[in-house]
Design a protein. Structure first.
Lengths: 220, 220
DNA sequence: CGACAAACGTGATAAATGTCACAGACGCAA
DNA sequence: TTGCGTCTGTGACATTTATCACGTTTGTCG
């Protein structure tokens, strides 16, 4: 439970707020690749990621998935907040990418905290608004950018500091909402241009500049 | 200015809140088809629509537009809120669909109201979260549904109570982010199936049931 | 090592959408 | 009525993406 207070958000709670928070929070440890929310589920509370990573995605009628966004430590699941505040059902799927630890604050407690604690108000508004931005971005990209550009974007933004992305092409295809074969071909074209090198389950950026140019979509 | 208090949101302000609101609000009347915000602009405050309708859209590198969503009376522009709370630049374009009257609350005043007035907190969170839902929906549709289905959806959800949609095919294409010719062909196929009838600048639904079936995307 | 599964490559082909070019139809205003 | 501008219809075609059907490589584990 102390782990909660490591997060900046919870450092400035009033004593009363702390007490309320603790009474209404349970911490869950979930192994990787587990679905924790389904489309249509009632969200049981606010989810705050402590460690690991959640992936929020939607599933098409034909079964292919597409990632909407991720939730990293310190962040909270916006959709669950939505459900809490608007009393709606959950509109997507969520699963753990890696082993993940989440704090679940029950709905009533969270709502109460929201009215009383400035830091919770901030967390909430910021979470919602980052989410709006991400979604807008995603929407723009899906609308206007070719897969090539979206892939370049994914590789750049998903790569670790040393320029490596550890994902199978199948996973990448899932994130972009397309098929593995398509990814394979695009990757191949990147390799031929010496933008990247590839290995099993990983991509290594060699020409970050060129990739960045792709992302902008301004060299179509 | 009285007009403000017709909105449910502002009915429950504290006296101090009212005063602050009035000191920081200006009301603007804008003619139809005027751009009021550009991508990259700094939002000067919170926009609350009193009458008329705003359209929020993005523009692709190649110039085609696509509607993200509308803002109707009583609603507020979420993106501007984002900008206020996160100090970002505006990520899309906004223009008036019809003659529109908006109340603009300056950033500092709005932020202050947010910390002090429960009703403003609610407005904000609800606005943000509806927006998240709309965007999620749009994103899912763009990802997974064929244009045919998205068009059916637009026609149904845009039609007035008598089943008529007053829009040129060019406008429709703009909303869907596609080309007029494509719309023309899809419309034609709907007409051939007797789902709709068409006239210059309008579409009349004749078989709402069949259209609704299309929307679901479950009869591909 | 050998075998097995997972990851990747590739060709052929179909479907959906975008683009270009132009013709016809409609409605308003002079 | 006669233009003229806007809206719509349509054919031909290029591109992009999806799908199917394989074959090949790579890593892991008994």
């Amino acid at each position: 439970m102390d782990e909660l207070y490591h997060l900046p958000v919870f450092k400035h709670l009033t004593p009363g707020g702390r007490q309320r928070l603790e009474s209404g929070t349970s911490i869950k440890q979930i192994k990787r690749a587990n679905r924790i929310l389904y489309k249509g589920a009632m969200a049981s509370g606010a989810y705050i990621v402590l460690r690991g990573r959640l992936r929020v995605f939607s599933i098409s009628p034909s079964g292919t998935e597409a990632t909407l966004y991720f939730i990293d430590p310190g962040e909270t699941c916006v959709l669950a907040l939505n459900c809490l505040f608007q009393d709606l059902r959950y509109p997507a799927w969520v699963e753990t990418e890696t082993d993940t630890r989440v704090a679940v604050v029950t709905g009533p407690v969270y709502r109460r905290l929201f009215t009383e604690e400035a830091s919770i108000q901030n967390l909430t508004v910021k979470a919602l608004s980052t989410s709006v931005f991400r979604l807008m971005n995603a929407l723009e990209h899906v609308h206007f950018l070719k897969l090539e550009h979206r892939l370049a974007n994914l590789i750049l933004s998903g790569a670790s500091s040393n320029g490596t992305l550890s994902m199978t092409q199948q996973e990448i295809a899932g994130h972009l909402g397309t098929a593995r074969e398509v990814v394979s071909r695009l990757v191949k074209s990147f390799v031929e241009n010496n933008y990247i090198r590839t290995g099993r389950g990983m991509i290594q950026i060699t020409d970050a500049r060129a990739m960045a140019d792709m992302v902008s979509g301004e060299i179509p």
